[in-house]
Design a protein around this ligand. Structure first.
Ligand code: OGA
Ligand code: MN
Length: 259
């Protein structure tokens, strides 16, 4: 299998780059992430940066520069409008706003690693613009497989599945109201079916641990393998950036050495 190209390599941020969030806010987000698997803060993103990112997302949407989002990778990748309806564009640092954002995420990566010894290695992020009616059904961002027997697929399975570790969503919606819907719902627990797969249907009717409005500048962090979440149908155009810090699953096609 091949992994999608990564947008940011393991390099230091540009000299003088501002961290994405202030030191106190970063610390409290990381503390919540460690304690319960997710964290949320309103007004977290610096307002000028949030406005610049929002303008860029909307301009790309207007220019037809966003692609319908897919699910999964490689062979398993498919469009599935029953699960997800949104349009995305990967960030590559092509504008000052993207560079400021990605540099700030790099500072966040080192902060998370310092606090949690997480070994986060790289980051990827995309704009996501949900049209009215857009949503994303309950899912996990990464799949920690149950323990597997030794064998040729064991290492590949584990490393690929391990690659997304911390998820982040930042919201870019000015004047969002409760009538606009589009909330992120998060659950802190899930159960597994006998075959080891996460059984997210079992959460039907279970109240979420958090319901978050996608308000301008709000941020959510989640442990990618541990926190089921869904985007409820949005009644208005809903802009966000979704990003993931990954561990070093493979480099240049060479799989991590076995531990
Ligand atoms: C995702 C996702 C949540 C949101 O892109 O994987 O879960 O609130 N996004 O946009
Ligand atoms: Mn997700």
């Amino acid at each position: 299998m091949t992994l999608a190209p990564l947008t940011v390599s393991d390099t230091a941020p540009a000299a003088g780059a501002a961290p994405l969030f202030g030191a106190n806010l970063s610390a409290s987000l990381i503390e919540d992430l460690a304690a319960r698997g997710w964290a949320h803060a309103r007004g977290a993103l610096e307002p000028d940066l949030a406005r610049a990112l929002r303008a860029e997302a909307l301009a790309m949407a207007a220019d037809g520069a966003l692609a319908e989002a897919r699910i999964g990778r490689g062979e398993a990748e498919r469009r599935d409008r029953a699960v997800r309806r949104t349009a995305i564009a990967w960030m590559d640092g092509r504008t000052p706003a993207q560079r400021a954002f990605l540099d700030g995420c790099e500072a966040m990566r080192t902060a998370i690693n310092r606090a949690l010894f997480a070994g986060l290695f790289e980051f990827e992020a995309h704009y996501a613009v949900y049209p009215p009616g857009g949503f994303y059904a309950r899912h996990l961002d990464a799949f920690a497989p149950p323990p597997v027997a030794a064998g040729p697929n064991a290492v590949m399975g584990r490393t690929a599945a391990r690659s997304r570790v911390v998820s982040m969503v930042v919201y870019l919606n000015e004047g969002w109201t409760p009538d606009d819907g589009g909330e992120l719902a998060v659950w802190e627990h899930f159960t597994r079916a006998p075959d080891g797969r996460a059984d997210l249907r079992a959460l039907d009717g279970v109240p979420p641990a958090g319901v978050i409005a996608p308000e301008m500048g709000s941020v959510v962090l989640m442990l990618s393998e541990a926190i089921p979440h869904e985007v409820r149908p949005a009644a208005a155009t809903r802009c966000a950036i979704a990003g993931w810090w990954r561990v070093n699953a493979s480099i240049g096609g060479v799989v991590d050495p076995a531990r």
